[in-house]
Design a protein around this ligand. Structure first.
Ligand code: ADP
Ligand code: ZN
Ligand code: ZN
Length: 729
């Protein structure tokens, strides 16, 4: 009798064996219902065997195997296994958490047919009907009827948007002859709206290089300034993939960006089935998109990080847009990097992967310098005559700020209003830990062992290093210039919005942040208002910086960016630069010349200097040499063992015990446990210890062995996780 080995969604990294009568090797990858403890749970069949370690008398039988969907393909199971091993996360959890919610339930799946291509319209007889023949209590029916009166024809999707139940009236109305069905014309918006641009020489070179090597594993770093037309390079690279009937996976960082990109893709490839997969979908939408990808019917799959785990039988190309974006790394549970998994998949399927960015992550840039990735550069803007914005620094030591704004910035916004152009005030509000700064000479307290800045702990007047644990007390005076007036530095500004309102009472001001865009469609409405030029001044945070085209935007003002210069996080400069390049890139994308004004106390800082000259490479060189000197990624590989509990002591004890168990090889270094930068979160105390190595292989081998030992340390008071290639500390 065959034995099935099943992965289950529990935090234990073992497979469970069950007996069955009718399983065959073709069933590997299918969902299965099995008894587990007193319950029945869903799992995935990973292997079929005729032997087991379990006493066969004790083996329980499978309850049922779900055969209504196709099994997960072997290559996807291999990806899951790699992911499980690399991030040291149980296989069952890796697999089940990547599946659409409906597949995580222990029951058969109802797959809805994708909406048909039918549309409906009123017949001449239907147009004669008086709406009052529909009883008033049938409110949905009345609304549907009004909608028919207002538009020539309605598709099934449009009808469902009126109400999910609106389509129940169609059979009856068809029967009465009020409406008639017809095949909806294929979406021809491509030919109507977008003419296909002639590629710039740089774009053409990029497309040629990419498409010449599509049939093999290649990693391209498409390094193109903002507005250089990277999207067009993606579209042209997809064309030959579609021509071969293959699928393209496009990963993007933000769900807010999906509609805009989706529109571009749908209008270019009107006849191509495209699905988008992101967290804004409901369960059945997600399942439907996922199954269309799995069947090979969907040819373009546009999604956020989780989409990297979609089964794609005919994968031909992977694109990761804004590859540097930190949202590609999941920050809880399975802490995977979708970009890195995308590269693994491309290698697996021997296809090309394109990593696109205006400001590549230092990791990718370094890999390109090393020749591991090929680089393609787009150095000029694609739209004719659109130049890069000119960037100016406003020295806030000379121009005093009032409520976060200087006079030159206010004047520039005023001029924009007169010229009827839009301006954007960008507030960088990321909460960074305060550092100790001497305002007279610019000295800041740094750790001797780590070349990272020390964090101010006001309560006990201590400075501490969040990387190695080093502690010292506040110096009495600046060791550099003797100034006795040292102050913690690093709180964001919030009054900017009020100040703008009182300076420009007649201006139409819109604030865009996580709160204001939470409501469904809010983002869409805001974008429409911006594009329709119903807004004069935009105030925005990180959300606004990415990807969007605002054709009327002439001025970008950046306030309160300085605190990131002195962050304790070694990635802060990289992130700040990326973000400011992106925000600056919003200005002057169309016919209007753009200007960027940055308020800063440190106009000579290399980061601002690089920004002013649009010099990514210059700054990248500086940052890379700093990282090299300090022994930070990309020159080393890191992992972080995190623990949390109600009190700090058990967490620290746990971490110390873990260190005692460790037998690291010479190339692997373990640091002392330290409280996390955010040491208390949601009522839990958190601490962590950093593991670092110049050899990824040795680090991995060590982690595998060590993880097993830590599991044996089980301590119900302390929850722990391992974060491989951590981005946040
Ligand atoms: P990026 O993603 O590199 O910042 P986009 O892909 O958003 O840039 O392109 C910027 C603008 O340039 C878009 O409005 C796009 O339609 C336009 N564009 C792209 N390629 C061309 C081209 N070859 N000729 C004219 N306009 C182009
Ligand atoms: Zn000083
Ligand atoms: Zn240190």
């Amino acid at each position: 009798m065959p034995i099935v080995r099943v992965a289950i969604n529990i935090p234990v990294d073992t497979l469970f064996d069950y007996q069955t009568v009718d399983a065959t090797p073709d069933d590997i990858g299918l969902r299965v219902s099995v008894p587990f403890g007193k319950k029945k749970v869903v799992g995935i069949i990973i292997a079929i065997s005729d032997t087991t370690q379990i006493d066969t008398g004790k083996l329980k039988p499978v309850c049922s195997i779900y055969r209504e969907t196709k099994p997960l393909p072997a290559s996807l199971l291999e990806l899951f296994r790699f992911c499980s091993e690399y991030y040291h996360h149980p296989l069952g959890m890796v697999i089940l958490n990547s599946l659409p919610a409906a597949m995580r339930c222990n029951k058969a799946i109802q797959i809805k047919k994708p909406a048909s291509n039918l549309s409906f319209e009123l017949t001449p007889a239907g147009k004669q009907i008086d709406r009052s023949v529909i009883p008033a209590r049938n409110r949905v029916a009345r609304r549907l009827f009004s909608a028919f009166l207002e538009s020539a024809a309605l598709t099934e999707t449009q009808i469902k948007q009126i109400s999910p139940r609106a389509n129940q009236w169609l059979p009856e109305w068809l029967h009465r002859g009020w409406i008639a069905a017809k095949q909806a014309p294929a979406d021809t918006s491509a030919t109507v709206t977008g003419s296909i641009p002639i590629l710039t020489a740089e774009q053409a070179a990029a497309v040629n290089a990419i498409t010449a090597g599509l049939q093999q594993f290649n990693i391209w770093l498409l390094h193109g300034i903002t507005g250089s037309g990277k999207t067009e390079v993606y579209l042209r690279s997809i064309e030959p993939v579609l021509a071969q009937g293959k699928q393209t996976l496009v990963l993007i960082p933000e769900i807010n960006l999906t509609p805009q990109l989706e529109k571009i893709f749908r209008s270019r490839f009107a006849a191509t089935p495209i699905v988008s997969l992101h967290s804004g979908l409901n369960d059945s939408e997600r399942l439907s998109g996922w199954t269309q990808a799995q069947s090979g019917a969907a040819k373009i799959i546009l999604g956020t990080r989780l989409a990297v785990f979609t089964p794609l039988p005919d994968l031909g190309l992977i694109i990761v847009d804004e590859e540097q974006d930190s949202s590609f790394k999941q920050q809880d549970g399975l802490r995977y990097s979708a970009r890195d998994m995308a590269i693994f998949r491309a290698r697996q399927h021997a296809v090309t992967v394109i990593l696109g960015s205006a400001t590549p992550s230092l990791e990718s840039y370094y890999n390109a310098l090393n020749g591991r990735y090929h680089t393609l550069r787009l150095q000029s803007r694609a739209v004719r005559n659109a130049g890069l914005p000119s960037i100016h620094l406003i020295d806030t030591r000379i121009h005093k700020m009032q409520d976060g704004l200087t006079e030159p910035l206010i004047n520039a916004i005023g001029r924009c209003l007169i010229e009827k152009n839009q301006s954007l005030v960008f507030i960088n509000r990321r909460g960074y830990a305060p550092v100790l700064l001497c305002k007279s000479c610019g000295w800041s307290a740094a750790c001797q062992r780590c070349s990272s800045r020390l964090v101010v702990h006001l309560r006990d007047k201590q400075l501490s290093c969040h990387h190695c644990g080093h502690q010292e007390s506040f110096p009495r005076a600046c060791p550099h210039c003797g100034n006795q007036d040292l102050a913690p530095f690093g709180q964001g500004t919030q009054r900017v919005e009020d100040a703008l309102t009182s300076n420009f009472p007649a201006a139409r001001i819109l604030r865009i942040d996580r709160d204001s865009t939470r409501r469904k469609n809010a983002w869409h409405d805001m974008l429409q208002a911006i594009h329709g030029h119903q807004i004069d001044i935009l105030i925005g945070t990180q959300l606004l910086s990415k990807g969007h085209d605002f054709p009327n935007l002439a001025l970008v003002g950046i306030v309160s960016a300085d605190n990131s210069l002195y962050s304790t996080d070694f990635r802060a400069s990289e992130r700040l630069f990326t973000q400011l390049m992106q925000v600056a890139g919003r200005a002057g994308r169309a016919q209007i010349a753009g200007t960027v004004l940055i308020q800063t106390e440190f106009p000579n800082h290399p980061l601002y200097q690089a920004l002013q000259h649009h010099d990514y490479d210059g700054l990248a060189q500086i940052l890379l040499s700093e990282r090299k000197a300090a022994g930070f990624p990309p020159y080393v590989f890191q992992a972080l063992l995190r623990g949390e509990a109600h009190d700090l002591n058990p967490v620290l004890n746990f971490l110390h015990q873990a260190i005692k168990l460790a037998k690291p090889p010479e190339a692997v270094e373990l640091f002392d446990p330290v409280p996390a930068q955010m040491h208390r979160l949601k009522g839990l105390e958190r601490a962590q210890l950093l593991i670092q190595s110049t050899s990824r292989k040795q680090l991995q081998a060590f982690l595998t062995e060590w993880c097993a030992q830590i599991h044996a340390l089980t301590n119900h008071k302390v929850r722990w996780t391992l974060d491989v290639d951590p981005l946040e500390f």
